[in-house]
Design a protein around this ligand. Structure first.
Ligand code: FMN
Length: 217
């Protein structure tokens, strides 16, 4: 039975954003908030680095899904996936992308927008080799986003590859690797009472550097 969604609401009380305190560089501000999200972690289940990634194809059809933040190059967030997946195909057609974090226990949202580029293959190799062997085999066995006849087909493929690479390094599939999000906009949102929230946006200036503004909630 459907819940009464209309009556579900939360009063945000945790804090506010003091403009005098925020970092001049938005990546630095991200790292501060990320550290605070981890320090106040509500439990082992909490994945602070899970972010919603929105992409769209050449016809403007939009899709969103969660991926994991796996690092930064300067102020560019990094994530890893299959270049042949639906998102990979969309990003090849239209490199514009946005990511969004929501840390419910802190009543904070961070939005980051830009365009993606593939990272260097050496970096993808390095990260792939750092993953548990099971995840490596899983990535090799899966044609991400393609229809598969059954779960058994996938499990048989993993077992086959496990036997094939027994005692050896599992090679990174060429179709699997990282993207960096070259950013032009960061936004930090802190929930406040009566929906009068704080929103601080950073916009990249042509000359380099960032312009900072407060947005109406
Ligand atoms: C918590 C969580 C973390 C995920 N991390 C990744 C990831 O880092 N990379 C990835 O390709 N998919 C990840 N996924 C799966 C994606 O959400 C998605 O199902 C998959 O990438 C296929 O998306 P696509 O068909 O739009 O390409 C994750 C899902 C969840 C729920």
């Amino acid at each position: 039975m459907a819940r009464n969604y209309e009556e579900m609401r939360r009063i945000y009380m945790s804090g506010g954003i003091d403009e005098a305190e925020v970092a001049a560089d938005p990546a630095e501000q991200f790292h501060r908030w990320f550290a605070e999200a981890l320090d106040s972690s509500p439990g082992d289940w909490f994945e602070a680095n899970a972010m919603t990634l929105a992409t769209s194809d050449s016809l403007g059809r939009v899709a969103a899904r969660i991926v994991l933040l796996k690092g930064f190059e300067g102020d560019s967030p990094l994530f890893y996936t299959s270049y042949d997946s639906d998102k990979g195909r969309q990003l090849a057609e239209n490199p514009a992308a946005a990511v969004c974090f929501y840390w419910s226990h802190l009543e904070r949202q961070i939005r980051i927008e830009g365009r993606v580029e593939k990272v260097d293959p050496e970096l993808s190799d390095r990260y792939f080799q750092s993953r548990p062997r099971g995840s490596q085999l899983g990535a090799l066995a899966s044609q991400q986003s393609a229809v598969v006849a059954s779960r058994q087909v996938l499990e048989d493929r993993v077992a086959e590859l496990d036997a094939l690479y027994q005692g050896q390094e599992v090679p990174r599939p060429e179709s699997w690797g990282g993207y960096r999000l070259l950013t032009h906009r960061y936004e930090f949102w802190q929930g406040r009472p009566d929906r009068v929230h704080d929103r601080i946006v950073y916009l990249r200036e042509d000359a380099g550097g960032w312009q900072r503004k407060r947005l109406s909630p």
